[in-house]
Design a protein. Structure first.
Length: 401
């Protein structure tokens, strides 16, 4: 006897079954046992199975739980003042070089207690959860020394222990230069102290960097990635957001899980990503907030078959976005993704960007029973409404959350 049987629903499995690119099964049912999916199929096919709890969903749509695969969720303060500066014409780079940007968040983060960081991040996390997220990646990067980065990742871990959501920690080891620190000394610390400490503590599954003129250069990122792989950690990269530094090709050489942003990526970079199996993570919230005009080359990504994910990039300065469905809407309206691509972008392709596609991101036997129940007429509504309140029901590990 199964634990639960969800019936009278239409299911987007995101598997190569059913109809269309989303693997749709109409008039479906889902069997759940021990927190995992044991069967997905047409309702009539599952009619002979028994469960301790049968949950009729009244014709609702069911998708995998949404996955926000790129956030900077733990930080102190806000940067609302920079919003006003940008409205007055200042660019992201001008604000950063004037002492604002990431550096200002670092100061406020260092001045915040662990409890303050936890509770402010919890509020943001709950907004993402209300929007349908069952998995949220959380980067460090606002500490800029070993002890502070460990503190941020421990806060992220505490969030996952106290809320019904999966938290995936990422060490953003090279995010920005600390004020007054020698550049070579900081890169050395990130590689020789920070990374080994995080790996030993098991607080992150991957290592990230900001490869940009106002961030870190390719040779510095290469050193970091070499060390990350020596410690058994995956790599990801903020690449080609403001300029083309060859980050996509660099990341592909290391078989990075993902390259994120990609407004300035070229065809060579995309070809390298395709060969390496690297996911393109689009961050339309940052594109919108920074009023950028150069869009990621979606047609080239499609032509090369690069998996496309979508994320909020929730952060205090360049993407104060707390709605996964709004991120999907922006991906459609600003970047030209189809509704199906946007849904895949926050489910199976987001799972690939985290290296978790065998566990989550689609609805198939053996996978975790993380799913959302949506009271909509069609799945296109997930990327259509501006301000969609979220799913009617969010299930994590087979249980309502």
């Amino acid at each position: 006897m199964w634990d639960r049987l969800l019936t009278d629903c239409h299911v987007a499995t995101l598997e190569p079954v059913g109809d269309g690119p989303l693997g749709i099964i109409t008039n479906a049912a889902i069997g759940i046992q021990d927190g995992r999916i044991v069967r997905v199929g047409r309702r009539a096919e599952l009619a002979g199975y028994r469960a301790q709890e049968v949950v009729p969903l009244g014709g609702a749509w069911v998708t995998p739980g949404l996955i926000d695969c790129h956030t900077h969720l733990v930080f102190g303060g806000t940067r609302a003042d920079e919003h006003a500066m940008r409205r007055a014409g200042a660019s992201y780079e001008e604000i950063a070089r004037a002492g604002g940007g990431i550096a200002s968040t670092v100061e406020r983060t260092r001045a915040s207690s662990a409890t303050e960081l936890l509770e402010s991040a919890r509020r943001r996390l709950r907004a993402l959860m209300a929007g349908g997220c069952t998995t949220v990646e959380v980067k460090s990067g606002y500490g800029l020394d070993t002890r502070a980065e460990l503190r941020l990742l421990n806060v992220a871990k505490a969030l996952g222990s106290s809320e019904p959501v999966r938290i995936v920690g990422t060490l953003l080891a090279l995010h920005a230069m600390p004020r007054g620190k020698d550049r070579t000394a900081f890169v050395d610390e990130a590689i020789d102290e920070m990374l080994p400490a995080v790996a030993k503590a098991g607080l992150a599954t991957s290592v990230d960097a900001f490869c940009e003129g106002i961030g870190f250069l390719p040779h510095e990122v290469e050193r970091l990635f070499d060390a990350a792989q020596n410690h058994g950690l995956e790599v990801r990269l903020h690449a080609e957001q403001l300029s083309n530094r060859g980050g996509a090709k660099l990341a592909a050489r290391y078989h990075a899980l993902s390259c994120d942003h990609l407004e300035h990526v070229d065809e060579d970079g995309i070809a390298a990503m395709a060969e390496a199996g690297t996911v393109a993570v689009l961050l339309p919230g940052a594109f919108y907030a920074l009023q950028e005009t150069r869009k990621p080359p979606i047609d080239l990504l499609r032509a090369y078959g690069v998996p496309i994910a979508v994320a909020t990039d929730c952060n205090p300065g360049t993407s104060p976005l707390l709605s996964p469905t709004l991120a999907m809407n922006m991906a459609c309206t600003l970047f030209g993704l189809s509704p199906e691509e946007a849904i895949a972008g926050m489910t199976i392709n987001a799972a690939r960007a985290l290296g978790l596609e065998r566990q989550i991101g689609s609805l198939a036997p053996g996978k975790d029973a993380d799913l959302c129940v949506w009271r909509v007429e069609s799945l296109a509504e997930l990327g259509y409404w501006i301000g969609l309140p979220g799913p009617e029901r969010r299930v994590v590990g087979g249980l309502d959350a």
